[in-house]
Ligand binder design. Structure first.
Ligand SMILES: *Cc1c(COP(=O)(O)O)cnc(C)c1O
Length: 425
């Protein structure tokens, strides 16, 4: 029976047997016992599946990973301790020293830093392309050593909407998978696999958790990319792994090859594993994700419409809004809503934005997005405060930009709060 996303959010991943706990159990144990060394040896050789040490795998984390896998319609998935770890593993699992990756330039600042600075030091080079690039411009970014393409469904904080189909086609023309960070959309609003993406990542810290309780990440593999058809590009998957007695992931594990390799090698060696307690909290968030995403989107659209018509607002960006440059793309990829994040400029620039935010009573100032409580950030006076106005423009962050993460409060109350704060400007 193929289930709807609402049912998977509530019941996916964990199916208790007779007399077992109805809620996902928290298996707060680092280690697992075996009767014989031989039994355990088989786990170490990847000859049998099972748990032996929670740095690699833990039942609670696996239940929750299985739910996210089902939500995305994937073949295999794993949790990580953060979204940063998820994006690092997702790329590093197939691109190492001497390799190259093509990425959209419209991505989260932390991911940009990971790619352009830290992974560069590790010998992985990135070419950044505009999310609006033509097919020809995309093709021109690929090199013989390109191993992956990367983009965000709804970019944080630019709020551009990725043309997933265009990016997937470009990646596949060059024999590499498309990795999509689906954090802001979540599988409730967009299913990147449906449009040709091969691997999806998440910062579960955002809407999936939804209550600002636990930092976490996830990687889901569609199982659709044929590694063996491009064996020369992906030796890590298609040739024997000496650290596991010569097994070849792509032939031994089929559609689970990519996730098995990421768990067996990267989790083993880097250890960015989530705690079972955090996975339990994430699951609580997932159980209501479908209800929350609808309301976040509805509230944000109402707020965006209000701001668009306000005389003290210079501009508004929200792909759900008619007239937004990404509205047509949002109708294709995000028919159920454009999430809760809206960005806008207050007339009067930096000073006006600061005054406006100081007077908000419901919207709190926080370096966070995507939780139940409305919050906002003025990058020019916080995350980007070392930059002057010209440098801000160059970074695509104008001095007047306010990023508002619209929560689950009453939209009438939120609009009343914005109204009184704008009166102070
Ligand atoms: C927050 C975020 C990340 C990083 O996730 P953490 O859980 O903070 O490590 C990655 N991608 C996107 C789109 C994000 O919003």
């Amino acid at each position: 029976m193929s289930k709807h996303i609402e049912t998977i959010c509530v019941q996916g991943g964990y199916v208790p047997g007779n007399g077992e706990p109805r809620s996902v159990p928290i298996i707060q144990s680092t280690t697992f016992k075996y009767a014989t060394s031989e039994d355990m040896g088989k786990l170490f050789d990847l000859e049998a599946s099972g748990y032996f040490y929670s740095r690699l795998q833990n039942p609670t984390c696996d239940y929750v990973a299985a739910k996210i896998c089902e939500m995305e319609g994937g073949a295999a998935a794993m949790l990580t301790s953060s979204g940063q770890a998820a994006n690092f593993y997702a790329v590093f699992n197939i691109a190492t020293c001497g390799d190259h990756v093509v990425a959209s330039s419209s991505i989260y600042g932390g991911t940009f830093n990971l790619f352009a600075v830290t992974m560069k030091k590790m010998g992985v080079e990135f070419t950044f392309v505009s999310p609006d690039a033509t097919d020809e411009e995309l093709d021109a970014a690929f090199r013989p050593n390109t191993k992956a393409m990367f983009g965000e469904t709804i970019a944080n904080p630019a709020l551009t909407v990725l043309d997933i189909e265009k990016f997937a086609n470009a990646a596949h023309r060059h024999g590499v998978p498309l990795i999509v960070d689906n954090t802001f959309a979540t599988p409730v609003l967009c299913n990147p696999f449906q449009w040709g993406a091969d691997i999806v990542t998440h910062s579960t810290t955002k809407y999936m958790d939804g209550h600002a309780s636990a930092v976490g990440g996830a990687i889901v593999d569609s199982g659709n990319f044929d590694w063996m058809a491009h064996a020369d590009k992906f030796p890590g998957l298609c040739t024997p792994d000496e650290s596991y007695h010569g097994i070849t992931y792509a032939t031994k594990f089929g559609k689970a090859a990519y996730i098995t390799k990421a768990t067996a090698q990267l989790m083993r060696d880097f250890g960015s594993t989530p705690s079972p307690q955090s996975a339990f909290l994430l699951n609580l968030g997932l159980e209501s994700l479908h209800v929350r995403m609808e309301r976040h989107s509805e509230n944000a659209l109402a707020v965006a419409n209000f701001l668009k018509n306000h005389p003290k607002i210079a501009w508004v960006r929200y792909s759900g809004l008619e007239g937004d440059p990404y509205h047509a793309q949002a109708q294709k990829y995000l028919p159920k809503g454009s999430c809760g994040v809206v960005s806008f400029g207050v007339k009067g620039g930096r000073k006006a934005a600061e005054t406006f935010m100081k007077h908000l009573k419901l919207g709190t100032i926080a370096t966070h997005v995507a939780d139940a409580r409305t919050c906002c950030l003025h990058p020019a006076s916080s995350t980007h405060r070392q930059m002057n106005d010209q440098e801000l423009e160059a970074a695509g962050v104008s001095a007047d930009l306010v990023r508002l993460s619209v929560g689950l409060e009453s939209k009438e109350d939120l609009i009343a709060d914005l109204t009184q704060a704008l009166e102070q400007v």
